[in-house]
Design a protein. Structure first.
Length: 645
């Protein structure tokens, strides 16, 4: 079979961090003879070369190329391209890893859409990855209709013939931003770029020792020299105008302005901050016209204008003000409706822990000159934030705790201005409702609710919480797609999380009481503390003295009461005995798992009697209480016995 995908992995002293990468390559769902992995060892001095040689000897999909150290990733990737036999090449760093179906899904998506470049959804573990780009699938994306320019790392799939036809290779040598140069040209010259957002293809990892190359402090002069090469690519393949300005804006925003903001700037030594500022000032003055900065958000415009004016001290002072800003998201409701979880919340920004206020009568005004001082800068930002409140947004994402995979949830929101200070100033509050269909979550585990708030020049995230416990009690678990989902407030912070595939006592089935169970004729009805869409199928197990019988059942939502109604027909001719009852939420599972209910059915004597079964915890409490009472009685008896002696 022809090789569909060649995965190219530049390798330099990864140590144990390469193991997750190797494992993910071996788990790929593509047929084994349709892909290959090419490890290009760039002169590693640890045990990696021998480890890779053993791997290649054991697994025919794995190939190894050894070379002298070149200083950076460009040459190893180019060597891998030249050695590749695949229709597409995929670049993976040696400390990252792929989703199990990544190659199969990306290849099929690229072929279906005639793509020269396929961008797969990324998850960042303790490091940033693009978010807006992966809000939905983009089968035919361009730099004009999608935020492609937000993703300039090389961790994508490229059609090999496309790279050869245009002669595209990575810049080589010890340098920075070689991926920006490569990817920017690929975007601008590709016949089509496809963005796959409904499956996490690439896991971008920050090592525990933070030794990834991208986290090392760089030489500002060399870094911004290399950045100018990426700008040269844009100038080569675009005309002057809005598209070029929008692309340039990405580098101004991400690589320059954001490095000079808030804690990111303040955490650097002053001498390094000054060196960084001087290089950024030079690039801004040399390469960017007024239209580039004019498209930034208000806070970013202020930093860009102060930088262009060479006002280092004011940039630092503005960063000190911004460092105290953060979003907060307060839950207003958590309840099940059918099989969906409805979340209500409000979101706004606070400064030093106090809700921010803005002028009530603000109007849009361009920033024509750099503010005279930081107070004027803060006032202009506040006015423009209020004037642009109609552009503010709130999103809810569910983020899987172990992998950092995240997915947008449907949200509806309104924008409210809340008067303060006799109406001269207002708070800007977003009031939102999100609907979560748990059955669409792709994996088990714990998912954290994260609110993303875009207001003025800030796009920041925070956890949904803390919950006002008196108003929002602990919600019940819900059932969807054969899995149980438990929303809960974390300890001690009170943020909202969602556990998927919950089992055991956390399901809450022990809360069923005798009064919740009725038997009428041959039908069993039970009110259970689970929420489910009407008609959700389940399975019941009846066990007595080594005998086991089964019966299908259904869960029906009870809109006026919490939980659901479980209904099932008793097995025909249920023999005399004490029958314990257990519930399976996934009746179609190959290996069904049952959860015991705290009651039994006693049959015989012409009817069926419901008998409560004490919960294990209750039994343990009774035993401990009996032991305490017995111990106390013995202690009281001891003096009497001694006296008789």
């Amino acid at each position: 079979m022809p090789v569909k995908v060649s995965v190219i992995i530049p390798v330099y002293n990864p140590g144990i961090y390469i193991e997750d990468c190797v494992s993910s390559l071996q788990r790929q769902s593509l047929p084994p003879d349709s892909y290959e992995a090419i490890f290009v060892d760039d002169g590693s001095t640890d045990g990696t070369p021998a480890r890779l040689d053993r791997l290649a000897a054991e697994d025919p999909r794995m190939r190894v190329i050894h070379q002298e150290n070149s200083g950076w990733s460009g040459k190893p990737r180019n060597v891998g391209i030249d050695a590749a036999r695949g229709e597409f090449v995929m670049f993976v760093d040696n400390d990252d890893y792929l989703g199990d179906e990544a190659l199969e899904r990306m290849y099929a998506y690229g072929v279906a859409n005639g793509a020269d470049v396929v961008v797969g959804k990324m998850a960042g573990k303790n490091r940033g990855v693009p978010v807006e780009l992966f809000r939905r699938n983009h089968p035919r994306a361009t730099v004009r209709n999608a935020p492609l320019i937000d993703s300039l790392t090389p961790h994508k799939m490229f059609r090999r013939a496309f790279l050869d036809d245009i002669g595209l290779r990575f810049p080589e040598g010890r340098r920075r931003l070689e991926d920006h140069v490569f990817v920017a040209e690929a975007y601008l010259r590709a016949a089509n770029v496809s963005v796959l957002s409904d499956y996490v293809c690439y896991y971008h990892i920050r090592r525990d020792d933070a030794s990834n190359a991208g986290f090392q402090r760089f030489d500002p002069a060399g870094y911004f020299k290399n950045l100018r090469e990426a700008l040269d690519v844009v100038e080569r393949y675009t005309e002057p105008g809005p598209v070029r300005d929008r692309l340039f804006r990405r580098w101004l925003r991400v690589e320059m302005v954001e490095r000079l903001r808030a804690r990111r700037l303040l955490g650097l030594p002053d001498d390094y901050r000054r060196e960084l500022f001087a290089e950024i000032h030079q690039v801004v003055v040399e390469r960017f016209g007024p239209a580039v900065a004019a498209g930034l958000q208000p806070t970013q415009q202020v930093v860009a204008s102060l930088t262009a004016a060479d006002r280092y001290d004011d940039v630092v002072a503005f960063a000190e003000w911004e460092a105290g800003l953060a979003p907060v998201a307060a839950p207003t409701g958590v309840e099940w409706e059918g099989g969906s979880l409805c979340l209500g919340f409000t979101a706004e920004y606070v400064s030093a822990g106090v809700p921010m206020t803005f002028p009530a009568d603000a109007a849009p005004a361009p920033l024509t000159d750099a503010p005279k001082n930081v107070e004027e800068a803060v006032a202009w930002v506040g006015a423009q934030t209020a004037a642009r409140f109609d552009q503010a947004t709130a999103d809810l994402l569910l983020r899987e705790r172990a992998s950092s995979a995240q997915y947008f949830q449907p949200v509806e929101f309104t924008r409210e201005t809340v008067p303060v200070d006799d109406g001269e100033r207002v708070r800007l509050v977003l009031r939102a409702t999100a609907g979560v269909d748990p059955g669409t979550l792709p994996g088990d585990g714990t998912w954290d609710a994260v609110v993303r708030v875009r207001l003025g020049g800030w796009t920041k995230e925070c956890r949904l919480g803390p919950a006002p416990r008196a108003d929002l009690p602990e919600p019940y678990a819900g059932v969807a797609a054969g899995r149980a989902f438990l929303p809960y407030w974390t300890e001690p912070h009170g943020n909202l999380s969602l556990d998927v595939a919950v089992r055991g006592g956390r399901l809450g089935l022990g809360r069923v009481r005798r009064s919740d169970v009725t038997v009428s004729g041959a039908r069993l009805r039970v009110r259970v503390p689970l929420h489910a869409a009407d008609g959700t199928g389940v399975r019941l197990r009846f066990s007595s003295g080594g005998r086991t019988l089964y019966a299908p059942g259904t869960l029906t939502d009870e809109p006026q009461r919490p939980g659901s109604r479980l209904e099932a027909a008793l097995p025909p001719g249920l023999p005399r005995g004490m029958w314990r009852v257990a519930l399976c939420l996934d009746p179609d599972a190959a290996e069904p798992r049952f959860e015991g209910l705290p009651f039994a059915l006693r049959t015989g004597g012409g009817g069926v009697l419901v008998v409560p079964i004490p919960r294990p915890g209750a039994v343990r409490k009774l035993v401990r209480r009996a032991r305490r009472m017995l111990g106390a009685a013995r202690r009281r008896m001891t003096p009497l016995i001694a006296g008789r002696r």
